[in-house]
Design a protein around this ligand. Structure first.
Ligand code: ZN
Length: 202
């Protein structure tokens, strides 16, 4: 399965001159939600991810996603694994599990995101599950930005990866883009102006 092509076809992998939220510039931008816009594609990707997880032999009772980014991917993965799905959300900046969702003592959870960058939100959701007595058995995402190390890839975890190294991360593809400080950006040097995705209402 050519994951990169699926992202391109869905206009989830954009090429241009982008200003990232870190302030760095990049030639590529992942608009992760777009790849899940078509439910058939969401199912295809989640089925592939579920296949990897099942092949590993890991037992899973439920999937938990940090809202909003992880919701669609997490729901699709839970469907593919035929397990429960819950989500954690930020309330005044603090990740919490609300809405009557119950984490039972000893239940085995996968934390699922659409994309893992440094894994900060995923880790916060994991901590909430653990506080309620749940056990985190793995992390999962459709895409990995290349800061964390995923099962089956030779990319090593960087210093800014927040996910625990002793838990597997399952993802379908690494999207490792070159990033530039604005003053070193070759596209800026050619005279083009970086565009911040999201600043036009998307
Ligand atoms: Zn630039």
């Amino acid at each position: 399965m050519n994951i990169e092509q699926i992202y391109k076809d869905a206009q989830a992998l954009l090429e241009g001159h982008f200003k990232l939220s870190s302030g760095n510039h990049s030639k590529y931008y992942l608009q992760s939600a777009k790849v899940l816009e078509d439910p058939k594609t969401a199912k295809l990707l989640a089925d592939e991810l579920a296949k990897q997880i099942k092949a590993s032999g890991i037992q899973v009772d439920a999937v938990c996603s940090p809202a909003l980014g992880g919701l669609v991917a997490g729901f699709a993965l839970a469907t593919a694994l035929d397990v429960r799905f819950i989500f954690a959300e930020r309330v005044e900046g603090e990740m919490t599990i609300r809405r009557g969702f119950e984490v039972k003592e000893g239940e085995k959870y996968i934390i699922c995101e659409d994309i893992i960058t440094t894994g900060g939100s995923a880790l916060e959701a994991a901590k909430q599950v653990e506080l309620s007595g749940g056990e985190i058995v793995a992390y999962a995402a459709l895409a990995n930005r290349g800061f964390c190390s995923r099962v089956g890839s030779s990319i090593e975890a960087k210093a800014n990866c927040k996910l625990p190294l002793n838990k597997p991360l399952f993802a379908l593809e690494d999207f490792t883009f070159e990033m530039y400080a604005p003053e070193d950006c070759p596209m800026c040097k050619e005279g083009s102006v970086a565009y911040k995705p999201g600043s036009r209402g998307n």
